[in-house]
Design a protein around this ligand. Structure first.
Ligand code: SF4
Ligand code: SF4
Length: 137
């Protein structure tokens, strides 16, 4: 039985591919499994991919950035160049714990992510699955 949450009727989200979440400073954390998936996408070995496309921050790894701070895989005309292989962090957005703390926090997400609150309805079960995926990462 799921605990009652404020979004028990589900939440809407359909990515508009605006790129707001891929532009500018920020970390896109990748673990070994995600590095492997991305390396396969480029038919590279994991070690080469790690060297070319990631950098270390403390004990973790993030995708590298372009000179303008955009994610290394963001292309202005195409969007995400690795969409099918994108990391968990990108696949589970915007259903992250702090975004779902309250209706107010969800409303703030809508300000920077125009796809949030519109389009496809995600059930509470689907949202919870994404929350768990992020927690287990
Ligand atoms: S900010 Fe939202 S709508 Fe824009 S690309 Fe990111 S997920 Fe999609
Ligand atoms: S991997 Fe793709 S979806 Fe994730 S931040 Fe980079 S460009 Fe955006």
């Amino acid at each position: 039985m799921l605990e009652k949450v404020w979004y028990s009727d589900g939440l809407k989200f359909s990515c508009t591919k605006c790129g707001n979440c891929c532009r500018g400073p920020g970390y896109v954390w990748v673990n070994d499994d995600e590095i492997h998936t991305l390396a396969q996408h480029f038919e590279m070995d994991d070690e080469t991919f790690t060297k070319v496309y990631t950098r270390k921050v403390g004990r973790s790894r993030t995708l590298r950035e372009q000179a303008n701070d955009n994610c290394v895989f963001f292309d202005d005309s195409v969007g995400c160049l690795v969409y099918e292989s994108r990391p968990t962090q990108c696949r589970t957005w915007p259903f992250w714990e702090h975004n779902l703390e309250s209706k107010q926090s969800w409303d703030k997400v809508k300000d920077r992510c125009p796809g949030s609150g519109k389009g496809q309805l995600y059930s509470v079960e689907e949202i919870t699955a994404r929350l768990h995926e992020m927690k287990q990462k």
